[in-house]
Design a protein around this ligand. Structure first.
Ligand code: 2PG
Ligand code: MG
Length: 426
């Protein structure tokens, strides 16, 4: 067995895909192995997420980096990196707040992931194989953005992510190839109508539309133009991110000039489900609208995947409550929303045991770090969301999954539509 004693933890400032400072951690072990990871950053954040530590008056991360080089390095030195839960518990105890406000979730998540990376290296295994620990491995069904929106596109439209899922793909490679065709077709539609204006934060086409529904309609046209049967071969997935325009039971859709109550918002999305081949909806109601989420899930939870993102914030406690409430049927897993690998894993375990869908997700502010691809694969989450099919920080992750699929060779299995928590005809 390699000596996985931690001998050094270092933090440094690096920069993310929006050109903003973020935190990188590097962990060195006694056996000579080391691991590195970078914290991502969200733009549409749930109010109950673990928080990043930013310097007063700006986005600087010098305090978060200092916490890694000081308190965290001191606490972790001499600990065994292979005991991930103990490492994460030590950081949680050192932080002492409910939301990582003292150390910063940007500091803790970078260290937590770097510890995991270092341990896999010490065992001379790619991270996904280390995590799988001999269990069968499935490549995740990718959920890929075609149009950006919401907080990622200057609120030009209200819906945040208009995505596709290649349901008929037999492999991860094929799913990407199908998505590439839809992405190109969507770009051509925008170009032909004089509305091509580059891309939003996650690489999806910039959303110049007259209404939210026109954006969904255009995505449907793009699927057809690419030569696929909508709903059968390629289905639509929406992240409404309703907390960005709704609170206290009221919703204001700026583009449509509509104010709706919780029932009205439910009916609006259910109307879209009736008219378009939508297979998955994330945060259809706001993070504080428990009743709305329960009503929505009771109405359509047998037909579509209903993902809690801002609603669950990768919290095992909130997943547990939502299972009891039947408030959704899937969880988005973002390690920086809770701040450690172990807490992310706890949320995944609960959701899986309930038969929920599990989607490991990137943030809108990303980097070249590909750790989440290994989490999705090694933990057999079943689904992966990393933004669109453009921009290096996104393609780095899709391409890493291709390498994993190739490495597995004949052993590679693809989760495909079986990853969705649905029992209907899809
Ligand atoms: C989301 C993510 C990714 P952000 O809401 O699911 O699209 O966005 O990282 O800004 O929270
Ligand atoms: Mg979301």
């Amino acid at each position: 067995m390699p000596d996985t004693t931690i001998i050094n933890v270092r933090g440094r400032r690096v920069w993310d895909s929006r050109g903003r400072p973020t935190v990188e951690a590097e962990v060195h072990l006694a056996c000579g192995a080391s691991g590195r990871a970078i914290a991502p950053a969200g733009a549409s954040r749930g109010t109950r997420e673990a928080v990043d530590l930013r310097d007063a008056g700006g986005l600087g991360v010098s305090a978060a980096v200092a916490n890694i080089n000081g308190a965290i390095a001191g606490a972790l030195a001499g600990m065994n990196a292979a005991t991930q839960e103990e490492i994460d518990r030590a950081m949680i105890a050192l932080d002492g707040t409910p939301n990582k406000a003292r150390l910063g979730a940007n500091a803790t998540v970078a260290v937590s992931l770097a510890v995991l990376q270092a341990t896999a290296r010490a065992h001379q295994l790619p991270l996904f194989l280390y995590l799988a620990d001999g269990r069968p491995i499935r490549l995740p069904l990718p959920e890929i953005q075609i149009f950006g929106g919401g907080a990622h596109a200057g609120r030009r439209i209200d819906i945040q992510d208009l995505m596709v899922m290649a349901l008929s793909a037999g492999t991860f490679d094929e799913a990407l190839e199908m998505t590439a065709r839809v992405y190109q077709a969507a770009g051509e539609l925008m170009r032909d109508s004089g509305r091509l204006h580059g891309v939003a934060d996650e690489g999806g086409w910039w959303p110049e539309f007259a209404s939210n529904e026109e954006a969904i309609e255009t995505l449907l046209r793009a699927i057809e133009r690419a030569g696929f049967v909508p709903g059968d071969e390629i289905a639509i997935s929406l992240d409404i991110a309703a907390s960005e325009f709704g609170a206290g039971g009221g919703y204001r859709l700026g583009l449509d000039g509509k104010s709706l109550d919780s029932d009205g918002m439910c009916d609006l999305v259910i109307g879209w489900l009736a008219r378009y081949p939508i297979i998955s909806v994330e945060d259809p109601l706001a993070e504080d609208d428990r009743e709305g989420m329960m009503r929505f899930t009771a109405a359509v939870g047998d037909q579509v995947q209903i993902i809690g993102d801002d609603y669950l914030t990768t919290s095992a406690a909130r997943v547990r409550d939502a299972i009891t409430d039947r408030a959704c049927n899937a969880v988005l897993l973002k390690p920086n929303q809770c701040g450690t690998v172990s807490e992310t894993r706890a949320a995944l375990d609960l959701a899986k045991a309930a038969g929920w869908g599990c989607i490991v997700s990137a943030r809108s502010g990303e980097t070249e770090d590909v750790s989440i691809v290994h989490l999705a694969t090694g933990w057999d989450a079943g689904q992966l969301k990393v933004g669109s099919f453009a921009r290096g920080e996104r393609m780095a992750k899709w391409n890493e999954a291709l390498r994993i699929e190739e490495m597995l060779g004949a052993r590679a299995r693809f989760a495909g539509r079986g990853a969705l928590p649905l029992k209907n005809s899809y």
